[in-house]
Design a protein around this ligand. Sequence first.
Ligand code: ADP
Length: 455
Amino acid sequence: MKIRTRIALQFSLIVASILLGFCLIIYFTTAAYSREDFYERLKKKARTTARFLVQVKEIDQNLLKIIDRNTLTALYDEKVLVFDERNKLIYASVDDHIIHYQRSLLDEVREAKEVETWSDENQLVGLFYDEGGRKLVVLASAYDRVGRSKQINLRMTLIWCLMGGIGLTVGLGIFFAGQSLRPIGEINTQISTITARNLRQRLDEGDRKDEIDQLAVNFNAVLERLEQAFEQQRSFVSHASHELRTPLAALKSEIQLGLRRRLNPDEYGDILTNLLSDADRLIALTNSLLFLARTLENISQMPLEPVQMEEVILLARDELLSAQPRYRIEFDYENLPQSETATTVSGNEELLKRVLLNLMDNACKYSPDHTARVRIRTDEKSCSVSVSDEGIGMNPEDTERIFEPFYRTATAAGYDGFGIGLSICQRIIELHQGQITVKSRPNEGSQFTVQLAHL
Ligand code: ADP
């Protein structure tokens, strides 16, 4: 069932139940009031008749009958019967005497003093009259013709109003539900035209500032992120293939050179050395790409454990120095840790070592003295490690982009590298919910800082 129909039906059902409830309350309270009113009139009638019989000596029964029948207040099918102490009928306002009652009713009236009941369609009142030494029981009955006809009219009016009200509610419910849901239909149509090819397209965000506009705004934000991710993916693939093509082209031209003419063994040796260095470059590049892809894949499965940052720094330093003995790495504390666990963070040792290795390698690689200064600093919340150098540095525009995969500054052109290391570092630090920042000035040096929360 469509939401529009469902909302209209639910709304109509609620309104119909409320209307029906009101109608029933109005109908039954009016009926009760009118019944009470009629009983009161019957009681007055019964009292007047008894008073006439007992107090007015001059009046005889026939005269009373005539008065009873001809008063303006006479009720429809009105009958009044008066009984004495021995249940003997001493007065009847009509000749046919037909009031359906049981003998026990008279005793009941004597006991309760006043009884309200029914005689077929007629309302019946029983009154005990005790005055001037006479103890009489008066039964008065009549048919409330005016009251009944008013009730019938009221019933018809309420039924018509109820049906009209329900019809109107269903109609208005369908109309307004349709009006409110129309923007969703429009959004649906717009969404169905968006494909991977036209991720630039955006939904109309409207100006009503309601939930549906908010939905469009959020959907547009998702599209924005998707478009960026697609763009990154595209540029990653094109950069990766470009980076792979360069060493492959070099390999090919070396091989062609070797095949063109007969060479002496030394020349073959040179070609093979070049081939080996190109192959090494290719292996290093594919390893980095593979690592980048894996860290992306395993985001949610990475196990976190307590890691001592000094230990990680020392491990990274040893590994780097054994590969590059001419590098120098100075390690110091910026503030002395208060306790043994002050430099402990929650993370993965292998990945954090890779980050520090990369930062130290860059600092040594891009500075003429090949020296990196590593400082560790702790506070209550986090542990920070900064790696600085006095090397070639970078412009502010470069510092904004160096974490993008394959981005290299113009000044780094003469140095080995693919421009992937820092994007891997950033991804690893994001996995640890930490931060990596950079400060740098051209020809003065750079400082990279990694900040990680304690356990
Ligand atoms: P790679 O060093 O292999 O090129 P990275 O991702 O580690 O790749 O670094 C990206 C770029 O950032 C480098 O090419 C270089 O231009 C710049 N860069 C990184 N570290 C430094 C540094 N310490 N000093 C100057 N430039 C740096």
